[in-house]
Design a protein around this ligand. Structure first.
Ligand SMILES: NC(=O)C1=CN([C@@H]2O[C@H](COP(=O)(O)OP(=O)(O)OC[C@H]3O[C@@H](n4cnc5c(N)ncnc54)[C@H](OP(=O)(O)O)[C@@H]3O)[C@@H](O)[C@H]2O)C=CC1
Length: 278
């Protein structure tokens, strides 16, 4: 059995596993099966979203796993239609209802949608949910430093987590430096390159896989962990789920971490949250 991922302490005190299960794109039936399997393998963090339309399946998978609620870490996110103080609270209640839970470990604003103009109000709503204890941690996703500046200035409350697209091909140095300065934990989405998967076929990755006797995906996941990042890789396959969690018995040498970061294709290769979002 693979080990359970170590945790990182978030700004508001919650302990979040450094590695968890991504669930996009899974439908309810697939999510129910995969979430239960993953927890059985040792996963404790599950990442979903209103937008994935699989929270009900995720919730059934959590229950089917038989693992106690307090030993699980559940993240969901809400869409821009809920960007408002009271609307964010309603989005949380609806998410909880779909998941069949009575609290969330982490609730994220999925995209800032700056053209919609209401993400500061959404953040104020999340601050209220944190204070009421309905959520243990609050955060953002796809927020740039300019968006983060505005919500922090408006409330004085720093997000626990900012979940952004990040891999050796999109290393997001500016965002990471900003997060580090403020104690925000960076969580990488599409950490192994998403469905296209280019990063896992990079010659440098293949060479390091050979050197460490690991798979290319294990090398890429280790790059995130050795760079101080947290990750939510997705797999629906039992063997790959086990493989992706089995990355806590080796570390990359610092030179190898740097050589993978040198694959960066720049900010333009990442989804632009000023232009994109649901
Ligand atoms: N906040 C946001 O806006 C976003 C958040 N996310 C979150 O991040 C998660 C991860 O991102 P995602 O885009 O899924 O990309 P990932 O980088 O996790 O890559 C997933 C792909 O890699 C394949 N894969 C997984 N493990 C292995 C392996 N060991 N060897 C070979 N192939 C493998 C999967 O296929 P298979 O299933 O067949 O194994 C799937 O096609 C999502 O599931 C979601 O939870 C994603 C996008 C946006």
């Amino acid at each position: 059995m693979a080990p359970t991922a170590p945790t990182v302490e978030l700004g508001h005190g919650a302990a979040m596993p450094q590695l968890g299960l991504g669930t996009w794109p899974m439908d309810d039936a697939e999510a129910e099966r995969v979430v239960a399997e993953a927890i059985g393998l040792g996963y404790r963090l599950v990442d979903t979203a209103e937008n994935y339309q699989n929270e009900r399946g995720v919730g059934l998978g959590l229950k089917a796993s038989g693992v106690a609620r307090e030993d699980l870490f559940v993240t969901t996110k809400f869409n821009k239609e809920w960007h408002g103080v009271d609307l964010a609270a309603e989005a949380c209640e609806r998410g909880l209802d779909r998941l069949g839970l009575d609290y969330l470990d982490l609730l994220l604003i999925h995209w800032p949608n700056p053209q919609h103009g209401k993400y500061i109000e959404a953040w104020e709503g999340l601050v209220g949910l944190l204070e009421s204890g309905r959520v243990k941690a609050i955060g953002t996703s796809n927020f740039k430093p300019t968006h983060l500046d505005r919500i922090i200035e408006a409330t004085g409350v720093i997000p626990d987590v900012n979940q952004i697209q990040l891999s050796p091909l999109t290393t997001r140095l500016e965002a990471r430096a900003y997060h580090k300065e403020r104690g925000i934990v960076t969580q990488s989405w599409s950490p192994i390159g998403g469905q296209g998967g280019e990063v896992r076929n990079e010659p440098k990755v293949l060479q390091l896989a050979e050197k460490y006797g690991k798979t290319p995906v294990q090398v890429v996941l280790r790059w995130h962990l050795d760079s101080g990042l947290t990750v939510v890789p997705k797999s629906s396959d039992p063997e790959r789920l086990a493989q992706n969690l089995d990355v806590f018995d080796f570390e990359l040498e610092p030179d190898d971490v740097m050589s993978l970061a040198a694959l960066d294709q720049g900010e333009a290769a990442a989804a632009d949250s000023d232009q994109f979002g649901h």
